[in-house]
Design a protein around this ligand. Structure first.
Ligand code: ATP
Length: 195
């Protein structure tokens, strides 16, 4: 998978719409302290479905919305759109959009179609990437990897190998199996009552 474009509106310090086209090859982002370099990486992780506000340096998810400054009022929503090639075996680019509105939570779209957070997480997990991909290295992450417990390291390796999505599907399948078994049991007692 290759990310080709990132559009931010009202996300953290990016109050004005910002549109970044990422050319093939190496791209560097430089700027003074506090200009928003880490916010860009967080925007990527957020659009990929990050569900932990803390790992985005906030107390709640709405903290990603531009909070206002002395001269500019706070915004009511934040939106990040990312374009990527090579997702879900598709030849053409896929556009993934996440939007959050104050008091209304997050909504996701893939190529303009409303989807669930889980659909976005699975899309990236199958491409061996995603909000927790070891390819996205935030500040302090190296230390965290060194100090990680074996189970956490295993989760990182599974994420890198692209099999993290299988765990989600397995959980879903097990839940459906349990529901079907409960239905069968209920059916059994209804049949027994009628005999
Ligand atoms: P450094 O080089 O020090 O790591 P950086 O370029 O990575 O800095 P970031 O940490 O990405 O900078 O950006 C921090 C800036 O983003 C701060 O000025 C902070 O006030 C601003 N910021 C974060 N969240 C919001 C928000 N919700 N609304 C407005 N500004 C925000």
């Amino acid at each position: 998978m290759r990310i080709t474009r990132l559009r931010l509106t009202g996300f953290k310090s990016f109050v004005d719409p910002a549109d970044l086209h990422i050319a093939p090859g190496l791209t560097g982002v430089v700027g003074p302290n506090g200009c928003g370099k880490s916010n860009l990486l967080e925007a990527l992780r957020w659009a990929m479905g990050e569900s932990s506000a803390r790992s985005l340096r906030g107390a709640g998810m709405e903290d990603v919305i531009f909070a206002g400054t002395a001269t500019r009022p706070a915004r009511e929503f934040a939106e990040v759109a990312l374009h990527a090639e090579g997702l879900a075996g598709a030849d053409e680019e896929v556009e993934v959009v996440r939007r959050i509105e104050r008091g209304a939570g997050s909504a996701y779209r893939i190529n303009g179609r409303d989807v669930r957070a889980k659909d976005v997480a699975l899309l990236f997990a199958d491409a061996a990437t995603g909000a927790h991909s070891p390819a996205l290295v935030s500040q302090g992450r190296i230390g965290a990897i060194i100090a990680a417990r074996p189970a956490e390291r295993r989760a990182m390796l599974e994420e890198a190998a692209g099999i993290a999505g299988l765990h989600v599907r397995r959980k879903d399948a097990e839940a459906r199996l349990r529901a079907t078994e409960a239905n069968l049991e209920r059916l059994g007692s209804v049949i027994a009552d009628q005999d």
